[in-house]
Design a protein around this ligand. Sequence first.
Ligand code: LMR
Length: 396
Amino acid sequence: MFEVLPKLPADPILGLSAAYKEDSNPNKIDLGVGVYKDEDGKTPILTSVAKAQNILMQKEDSKTYIAPQGNQGFIDGMLELLLGKGHPALLENRVSAVQAPGGCGALRILAELLKRCNDKLTVWVSDPTWANHIPLIGNAGLHLEKYPYFDKETASINFEGMVKCLEKVNKGDVVLLHGCCHNPTGADLSQVQWQKVMELAKERGFIPFIDTAYQGFGDGLEEDAYGVRLMAENLPEVIVAASCSKNFGLYRERVGLAAMITRDNLSREITQSQIQSIARGIYSMPPSYGGALVDIILNDAELKAEWMQEVESMRSRMQDLRHLLASKLKEKGASKDFSFVTQQKGMFSFLCISPDQVQQIRKDHSVYFVDSSRVNIAGISHKNVDALASALVSIL
Ligand code: LMR
């Protein structure tokens, strides 16, 4: 029976890892999948995470099911990280949340919830957005539309276009925003721009759905929560999907949070029961391990401080690499000005070159990144930056 289905091409992002592994060139460079790497190209286990693992090994005394909503210490710690301590929505008991299997799991549960609320609503996503947003939200049966976001010509946000489009969004529609470190462009809204979007949401009655997968990698843990907090303070309903893959380095544990800021305690109870029933119908309850580690870290002052320091050092390394790449390209006489890379935030930058040029650099120089021209900044190192800059200059 399965032959009725077509064989599908490799995933545009994850497929790059397989292609990179198969490449026998010893000088190959991997700027594909969004995973943090150190100077040696390794993705280390954070020291705070390793310590939490030891603590967990000592204290875990059962492998029975965890609660349907997940680990409550994890949920509370994550909500505080996202919304800040003593946020009115938390104090007023207006936030429902579950631990989810990764940011992806969170996005899907929330999309299913939206579908249950209104299967006619449209979810507006930025153009471009993370490629996996489309199936994660679209496969729940929701209609997707794009709003202008990034202008490749100027390598900056097309805020005017974005506003014009959002001015026409219907009441009850949902607008997906990237909390920080926009994936794939690295171009983030300024605080003033966030305020404008919040005002538009108020005027038009659309609901912000904020995907925040890189908190701490942009300007800092607090700074990167600006958009989420602003929306949650000023709007009655806000949807948030968060991931611990990147800032805790817990990629394979699949740990994330699906949360909703609701109008009142009744809506909180309704949405809490609904998301738990959605999760039950897909995977029952989240895996325990990753959430238990984050719970330990966020609820232990010393470990939390150590983790914050680790996030800060990943952030500043990526910031340095942005400057290094831009200056190497200038030094090698690139015909294009890449200084915009230093202004962008987080793990990714759009190099604003064509898919043909991306293919060519892959074929000729074994440099791997997404066809859209998104590069993982963390894949750059002092060892490979010369070769990378020369390869880029040669294909421009
Ligand atoms: C990425 O954007 O590269 C990461 O979020 C990994 C993924 O699942 O696509």
